[in-house]
Ligand binder design. Structure first.
Ligand SMILES: COc1cc(/C=C/C(=O)SCCNC(=O)CCNC(=O)[C@H](O)C(C)(C)COP(=O)(O)OP(=O)(O)OC[C@H]2O[C@@H](n3cnc4c(N)ncnc43)[C@H](O)[C@@H]2OP(=O)(O)O)ccc1O
Ligand SMILES: O=C(O)CCC(=O)C(=O)O
Ligand SMILES: [Fe+2]
Length: 545
């Protein structure tokens, strides 16, 4: 096709301005006839398509014939596929083939419009948030852009669609959405049955399919498809997605057993169905919202048209009562659906990370605490040996590690980090602290000889261990509970996760007998540990006081 813009060398081109602000999209870039991919689209090696991560000879996701939707075998095939793959294709689904053809043609027509016409629907120019022409996924948040343009249409009413959706494709998109409604209902009925939900009442109807969004995706021919992606690894945030793809191919789904990628071959007249995060959450993980991605293509343009069937933005989603009634532990908390979606749109595609937003963090915290138990025991054994304590009996075990507390600390980016602190100077009260920090840095420790501060550099995979006041007291000052503090950071958010290993609150702590047996003078009296902790929490951080 002839370029719609003058030939420009990509080195002299302001890519973001050309693609995003001027509305050319990647389609405009592709039509410039570039020989090499602009560097903004080069994905890190681990995100590129690599045939060694694909399963070439394996069967792909199931293709299910829906001509007899009430057949129990069909219902079983659907529920099994939603559990194992999170993806399946349906044929004989009742959506007329001409409706599918019409929306594909309309998609081509929309993207064939002049950039300034398409740009009228961009974030900056669109008269409504419900109609959005864009490129990549979230260009503002992405380190590498994705090779895709899209038009996203959020359905509010027939009248709004008629007046605000682009005339060149709006009618066809709406027709496809309406014609697919009855198969969507049937699929959800079947999937709900599989969760012991016997009836879809009005509330369930809203939560399952209260809102819909249709995207028209355009993936133009790409100069270096091996270096980029059409869509990066993600799972959808919908209840269900109904995807129409053309005959080019390029959609890959993660096999969650082998972690390899499986191609979803185009099947004429079929629709690809996938479970989204909302349904994974409602089913408490029974149905899987599986990672998928789209490759770029060096020879062909490709289109796809997903309908995202969602809860309403104001709905609160969480594991359904019917799923939990047998006593299952809820894996997800209840969240407002629009908060969940905003979280998804705020960041670049990042595989399955979005669902962490709804996960109970107590599970991971508990796992970390339990997994660190044996190294804590070993450390205390060694430290006790150094104090002539040969055996850690039950009383010692209680005094050394009878209780534990875990904190999740978040230090957001700060406008004037030089004027404040993340945590002021203090020493910890427990026996030992096991600290996990991320790679940002900011923890400083007092060198007790020079009284200067020393940075504790993040070491990947490491844990920082420090002696607390309780152990300083028990060791009669042989082991030191040292002042430390945390700086604020002007460029990055930082997290840290300390586990505080303590005596039990009712334990009485003081210098231990084995330390004093050589006649050493006791430096501390015996105190009830909970009184000591109460004293610490009653005052501001004040160093070693
Ligand atoms: C684009 O490439 C994609 C897209 C996808 C999509 C997969 C899905 O599963 S879409 C289904 C999402 N569900 C819904 O849309 C239904 C629920 N809707 C809502 O909760 C709200 O409408 C909302 C989406 C949260 C928007 O709420 P609103 O109060 O109007 O807030 P905004 O300020 O408009 O938007 C918040 C934030 O999100 C960005 N955003 C909004 N819509 C889109 C969109 N269609 N595409 C991309 N980004 C969007 C918007 O830019 C805002 O960010 P700011 O930085 O501007 O504040 C899968 C894979 C893909 O590659
Ligand atoms: O284009 C495709 O095949 C899939 C697109 C997709 O995953 C999405 O838009 O969420
Ligand atoms: Fe998707």
């Amino acid at each position: 096709m002839a370029p719609s813009t003058p030939i420009i060398n990509s080195n002299s081109l302001n890519i973001l301005d050309f693609v995003v602000n001027k509305g050319h999209g990647v389609k405009g870039l592709s039509e410039l006839g570039l020989k090499t991919l602009p560097h903004q689209y080069i994905q890190p090696p681990q995100e590129r398509f690599d045939s060694s991560n694909e399963e070439p000879n394996k069967d792909s996701i199931p293709v299910i014939d829906m001509s007899n939707p009430n057949d129990p075998h069909v219902a079983k095939a659907i529920c099994d596929a939603a559990q194992k793959w999170g993806f399946f294709q349906i044929v004989n689904h009742g959506v007329p083939i001409h409706v599918l053809e019409d929306v594909k043609n309309a998609t081509h027509k929309f993207f064939a419009l002049a950039p300034q016409e398409k740009q009228k629907y961009s974030k900056s120019q669109s008269v409504t948030n419900n109609v959005r022409f864009g490129t990549s996924f979230t260009p503002e948040a992405e380190k590498a852009l994705e090779w895709k343009d899209y038009l996203s249409l959020f359905f509010v009413s027939n009248d709004e669609a008629a007046s605000l959706w682009p005339p060149i494709c709006g009618k066809q998109a709406l027709e496809y959405m309406k014609s697919s409604e009855s198969v969507v209902k049937k699929l959800l009925e079947i999937l709900m049955h599989g969760l012991n939900v016997k009836e879809i009442d009005e509330t369930k109807q809203s939560i399952l399919m209260g809102s819909k969004r249709i995207n028209l995706n355009y993936y133009p021919k790409c100069p270096n498809p091996e270096l980029t992606v059409g869509v990066g690894r993600h799972s959808d945030v919908s209840t269900l997605t109904i995807l129409l793809q053309d005959d080019i191919g390029g959609l890959y789904v993660r096999n969650t057993e082998t972690m390899k990628w499986i191609h979803v071959p185009p099947v004429s007249g079929s629709l690809v169905i996938n479970v989204g995060d909302a349904l994974q959450i409602m089913s408490n993980g029974k149905y899987k919202s599986v990672e998928h991605r789209v490759s770029a293509n060096g020879s062909n343009n490709r289109i796809s048209v997903p309908i995202f069937v969602n809860p309403r933005p104001s709905d609160i989603i969480g594991p359904m009562a019917e799923v939990l009634q047998s006593g299952e532990t809820p894996l997800y908390k209840h969240v407002v659906y629009s908060d969940y979606v905003k979280h998804f749109f705020r960041k670049a595609h990042d595989g399955k990370a979005t669902v962490e937003f709804a996960k109970y963090t107590w599970k991971q915290a508990l796992e970390y605490m339990k997994s660190s138990e044996s190294v804590v025991k070993k450390l205390l054994e060694i430290l006790m040996h150094g104090l002539n304590v040969k055996e850690i009996d039950e009383t010692k075990q209680s005094i050394l590690m009878g209780s534990k507390r875990i904190n999740l600390n978040y230090y957001p980016k700060c406008p004037n980090p030089e004027l404040t602190v993340g945590v002021g100077r203090h020493s910890d009260v427990p026996t030992l602290t096991i600290l996990l920090q991320d790679d940002i840095g900011g923890l400083y420790v007092r060198n007790t000889e020079t009284m200067k501060w020393i940075h504790v550099p993040p070491v990947s995979g490491s844990l920082v261990i420090n002696v607390g006041d309780a152990l300083q007291i028990m060791s009669n000052d042989k082991y030191k509970s040292v002042e430390h503090r945390v700086s604020a950071n002007g460029s990055n958010n930082r997290i840290s996760v300390p586990i505080f290993v303590n005596p039990r609150p009712s334990d009485v702590i003081g210098p231990i007998a084995e330390v004093l047996q050589s006649g050493e003078t006791p430096l501390y009296k015996h105190v009830v540990y909970s009184d000591y902790v109460k004293h610490f929490f009653r005052k501001a951080h004040d160093g070693k006081v």
